[in-house]
Ligand binder design. Structure first.
Ligand code: NAP
Length: 336
């Protein structure tokens, strides 16, 4: 059986989930793809930190370059987050002939065009399903399904942290209290700026719009408002009218052919398809000229939902290994 060898950059919430997910489901993947997926290396920042039980000590290094350059790595899985050194690591991995799977929306929104071009030049792939909407297969669907229908409009609740905060505010909490609750529950970072000021949703709608409209917007062209200005009173008054306040990201192709996008709080009526998306759930409504409106909803973040999206990308690469083998072409991965 052919092997696809993974080198992880990061073993935190998502990376740890990938280790566990591979441990649990490698046999399931092998049964479907004919390829054995295995981990050979993992880069972390702090070697002394306890890891999930299935991490082997010999896999670990605190030097990400070692993983990107290792001859026994076919796919680099970037799950460390942030822009640096994630950008340098991703570039190095592609230049060294590795495929890349990343969960990093900031990286793909700000440098996706360059990285996709570099991947194409290197004859490799960079896949990023987990960067948008965690466990919901939004990228897969937009890429593979909407080819007869022209997508006209994307509209979604793309940030679970803001949705959790706004949902808690409906129960009577003020913004600061709801944010503290979100941090205590592990739904918000110690520095919540990227989430509550709308950056996270902006990066995600930019990535989705590029796929849906085949046109990449500069992030500075996307209007952005977060939820800091939403008070408890506003939320409660909305509830009294039967409405809900939610942070909504949307993008559309206007009749003149321009692609526009924006992120900001919206007051939703009960008939709105996003009305019942509560707590950390996410949803994306894709509207097309023939298909009408289709709602994709589910867990937008979290260890295993996000790890599952990373693993689906890995399975796509495993499928290529099998197909390449069938066509009797030279393999880009090792023979086991
Ligand atoms: N958490 C989610 O639910 C979720 C959902 C969707 C997408 N994502 C995306 O997934 C990515 C990872 O998120 P996460 O929540 O898993 O983050 P995390 O828990 O903070 O884990 C980050 C990991 O990267 C390692 N790391 C950081 N800088 C490093 C460096 N310079 N060299 C080597 N290793 C380094 C850390 O090492 P140590 O463990 O030693 O500190 C840690 O293992 C981010 O891009 C995030 O936006 C996360």
């Amino acid at each position: 059986m052919k092997r696809l060898r993974l080198g992880l950059l990061g073993c935190g919430v998502v990376g740890g989930g990938v280790v566990e997910g591979i441990h649990r489901n490698a046999d399931h993947i092998a049964a479907q793809t004919g390829v054995e997926v295995c981990i050979t290396r993992i880069a972390v920042r702090d070697l002394s930190r306890p890891r999930t039980p299935h991490v082997r000590r010999e896999w670990l290094t605190d030097d990400w370059r070692q993983v990107c350059e290792a001859p026994d790595v076919d796919v680099v899985v970037e799950v460390m987050g942030g822009l640096h050194p994630a950008l340098e690591a991703t570039r190095l991995a592609l230049v060294r002939g590795k495929h890349v799977v990343t969960a990093n929306k900031q990286l793909m929104a700000l440098h996706g065009e360059h990285l996709l071009a570099l991947a194409a030049d290197s004859g490799r792939e960079i896949l990023y399903e987990a960067s948008v909407l965690g466990g919901i297969p939004a990228i897969h669907n937009i890429r593979t399904y909407f080819r007869a229908t022209r997508v006209q409009h994307l509209r979604g609740i793309l940030n679970g942290t803001c949705n959790y905060i706004l949902t808690r505010m409906e129960e009577g909490l003020e913004f600061d209290e709801a944010l503290r609750q979100a941090q205590a529950e592990g739904y918000a970072e110690a520095d919540p700026t990227l989430d509550i000021d709308g950056w996270d949703a902006l990066y995600k709608i930019q990535i989705l719009a590029a796929l849906a409209f085949h046109e990449r917007m500069d992030v500075t062209a996307i209007a952005r408002e977060g939820i800091r200005s939403v008070s408890g009173q506003m939320v409660r008054e909305a509830r009294a009218r039967g409405q809900r306040v939610r942070l909504v990201a949307e993008a559309e192709r206007t009749p003149s052919g321009r692609v526009t996008a924006r992120v900001g709080p919206q007051w939703l009526d009960p008939a709105d398809p996003l009305y019942n998306v509560n707590g950390v759930q996410n949803a994306l409504c894709v509207s097309g000229d023939l298909a009408g409106s289709i709602l994709l909803a589910g867990p937008g973040a979290g260890r295993f939902p996000t790890a599952s999206a990373v693993m689906e990308d890995i399975v796509k690469l495993a499928g290529q290994v099998r197909d390449v083998r069938r066509m009797d072409l030279p393999l880009s991965v090792s023979a086991g």
